[in-house]
Design a protein around this ligand. Structure first.
Ligand code: ZN
Ligand code: ZN
Length: 285
């Protein structure tokens, strides 16, 4: 199984010369495993190029999982070419209490006001599925689990498994312990951390929201984002093999991300790298 990054930027797309090397598109990932249909994680602006690629492939089925509906995670959906491809089947999973509410959440965004094409006018075959954090479902050979994250309005993290390999997608989320408490400080895990340690246990790859540096997090603790040391501490305690830092701050220039990548390059158990637009990370199993 592998994951390709089509958008790595948090909060707002950041095109321009200072972000061209790490990428300025907002959250969108593509998970692939053998001949199984792709799983698309979130539809930020990165979804535009991914959609063009999927439309060129022979497959006519994809899964799309949304973490939550903040704009940086949905704004690419109306520009995701498969939704305009007649006969293209897309199973859309949205955190909601039932399937109708899942459809309504996207329908409110695609109602003719914010984009000219309404959801019901899209010619693809769109099937809507609600997920409640804590639930597990099987689809097309994948096992998908959801977990509640720590974000204003909520966000659902995902663990995707197939043939003994596993990739987790944890964005957007604050830490699950206050500074000075929890696993990062060699204390007992908080209840939220205990839930996350179980969820992440032994994962091959964990993509984790680390939008802030620690100092910035301390100023913006209610914003619902994390920082690299915390993600690393949690993933180390969960026995994760490879942590990928993700949802880069719109203020983080290429030079700053180069520095961050260098600073983490010696990390082991887990290995720590930064998500870069266009790159693929492999789950070794
Ligand atoms: Zn976000
Ligand atoms: Zn968000």
């Amino acid at each position: 199984m592998n994951v390709t990054f089509w958008g790595v930027r948090g909060s707002i797309p950041t095109p321009g010369p200072t972000t061209s090397r790490w990428g300025g598109n907002s959250s969108c990932l593509e998970v692939r495993h053998g001949d199984l249909p792709p799983i698309v994680l979130d539809c930020g602006t990165g979804a535009r190029k991914l959609g063009m690629k999927l439309a060129r492939e022979s497959g006519r089925h994809a899964h799309l999982l949304f973490t939550h509906f903040h704009m940086d995670h949905v704004i690419g959906f109306p520009f995701f070419v498969p939704v305009y491809t007649p006969g293209f089947e897309i199973d859309v999973t949205i955190p909601a209490s039932d399937d109708d509410e899942a459809r309504d959440k996207l329908g409110r965004f695609l109602n003719g006001v914010y984009h000219p094409v309404r959801l019901r006018e899209m010619p693809s075959v769109l099937r809507f599925h609600a997920i409640r954090p804590g639930r597990t479902f099987q689809r097309s050979g994948y096992t998908v689990k959801g977990v509640a994250l720590n974000h204003p309005g909520g966000s659902c993290g995902y663990r995707i498994e197939a043939d003994g390999q596993s990739i987790c997608y944890i964005t957007d989320s604050s830490p699950f312990a206050q500074p000075g408490d929890g696993v990062l400080y060699d204390r007992e895990p908080t209840p939220g951390e205990a839930r996350m340690l179980h969820f992440l246990a032994g994962a091959d790859v964990v993509v984790y929201d680390t939008m802030f540096e620690l100092s910035e997090y301390l100023e913006k603790m209610t914003w619902g984002h994390s920082y690299p040391e915390y993600a690393r501490g949690l993933c180390a305690a969960a026995g994760v093999k490879h942590l990928v830092l993700f949802h880069h701050s719109p203020d983080a220039s290429d030079d700053l991300l180069d520095e961050r990548a260098k600073a983490w390059s010696a990390a082991t158990a887990p290995r720590v790298t930064l998500a870069r637009e266009g790159e693929t990370v492999f789950a070794e199993g």
